[in-house]
Design a protein around this ligand. Structure first.
Ligand code: DNO
Length: 405
């Protein structure tokens, strides 16, 4: 398991030095300033590589940009509208430029309009730490009473609508603004920051896009880009929907093992792979993470390891981001499945046997609470997560080695 760490670029309050001291050896980053659909030029890519080099200052560690997260897929590609054909061409050119710069793992997602979504960015825990949270009732408040989406009520039971209406009555102006900005302003890494009007306009453009159409559009996209990636030695890895259920009445098509199976079977080449994100997928009680790793593992090219606690087992539901080892995903079983897959790859002589992972998100603890950082991406909370995950993987690897010697 190759330890990587997400870095948002020179403005990220968590520095390259911090990352080096956390012990990670790979950087996960993206050219966040470029809009979806445009070419990532060789020049822009090398500027980011130089920024990493420069920020290393005098540290003697081998820290390289190894994973792109994300090379965003434009809304036009997702809808097959407007300039989508050009955007696909541009995607292929960006992949060529990344391959030429020695970067060969590319994460992307296919969620319409909203990328990952939370209703609370700093929910207080009993021990004083804070974490991110998705509260279904708050989301309904936003959808039905703030955004006032047409036919929104059709997506929720009467009981949920009632609870949302009661909660809405108690929100003051500031609380409504906060909830809106948490949902539409774009969490770290999301390509777009929207206003309410933007969301309404986008929703209109998605009116005809059903689940079937969105899935077909993803397959069409992959049919074009996967062979190019394969020739370039690039591994594409689709990030799951976060949360893994429909939001704002929009289809979401990468939420379950079955969803992944369809996409992998349609384009059965190695370059067409997965980001297994235990935090996103773990929100659904019907996703068995360790099992998914064993069954889909051959094409898992990137791992996001984090945990959530579901507040109910219904889908959709509310959840909060728990500590890396203590949530609804059994992290020990998941890591054990990962190590079995790595051993299988090694036995088959695969060069990519060591799968890059990052400790995804972290709670804000200790000095994190006094410092600025991107929501979900504090230094110490993630460091704690990384250390715990490293502990499990080290112990299990040693155990497996002894068993097999
Ligand atoms: C959240 C992340 C997402 C992810 C994109 C992948 O922390 O996992 O922002 O990067 O959705 O395309």
């Amino acid at each position: 398991m190759q330890e990587t760490w997400r870095w948002f670029g020179p403005d990220d309050p968590v520095s390259i030095q911090d990352i080096a001291q956390a012990g990670a050896s790979g950087i996960v980053t993206a050219l966040h300033h470029l809009s979806a659909g445009v070419i990532w030029s060789e020049k822009e890519i090398s500027i980011r590589q130089m920024e990493i080099l420069k920020s290393k200052q005098n540290i003697e560690v081998d820290l390289q940009w190894t994973v792109v997260e994300s090379l965003p897929v434009s809304e036009d590609i997702k809808r097959q509208s407007g300039d989508w054909r050009n955007h696909i061409k541009n995607y292929c050119i960006s992949m060529e430029n990344l391959a030429a710069a020695g970067i060969s793992t590319i994460c992307y997602n296919f969620m319409p309009i909203l990328d990952w979504t939370r209703t609370e960015l700093a929910s207080k825990l009993p021990n004083g730490a804070t974490c991110m949270r998705f509260d279904l009732i708050d989301f309904i408040v936003f959808d039905v009473f703030i955004l006032k989406r047409k036919r929104a009520v059709e997506n929720y039971s009467r009981e949920l609508q009632y609870l949302a209406s009661k909660r809405f009555e108690n929100l003051n102006k500031k609380m409504k603004e906060n909830l809106t900005s948490n949902i539409v302003c774009g969490l770290p890494g999301a390509t777009d920051k929207f206003s309410l009007e933007d969301v309404k306009n986008h929703l209109k453009k998605y009116e005809h896009v059903t689940e079937k159409i969105l899935r077909r559009n993803l397959i069409d996209f992959l049919r074009e880009v996967s062979p190019v990636a394969q020739d370039l030695g690039i591994k594409l890895c689709c990030h799951p929907d976060d949360p893994p259920f429909s939001l704002l009445g929009l289809p979401r098509i990468m939420s379950t093992e079955k969803d992944y199976r369809i996409i992998m079977d349609e384009i059965p080449i190695q370059a067409n792979g997965i980001t297994l994100c235990s935090g996103s997928l773990g929100v659904r009680v019907d996703n068995d993470l360790a099992g998914m790793m064993s069954r889909l593992g051959d094409r898992v090219h990137f791992l996001h390891l984090r945990n959530v606690t579901r507040e109910t087992d219904d889908i959709p539901n509310s959840f909060y981001e728990s500590e890396h080892l203590y949530g609804d995903t059994d992290m020990v079983s998941l890591i054990s499945s990962i190590l079995v897959e790595e051993r299988r790859r090694r036995n088959n002589g695969r060069e990519d046997w060591s799968i890059p992972f990052r400790p995804d998100h972290g709670q804000n603890i200790l000095d994190d609470l006094k410092k600025d950082s991107n929501p979900g991406y504090p230094a110490i909370g993630r460091l704690k997560g990384l250390a715990e995950l490293r502990g499990i993987s080290t112990a299990l690897s040693k155990y497996f080695e002894e068993k097999h010697d």
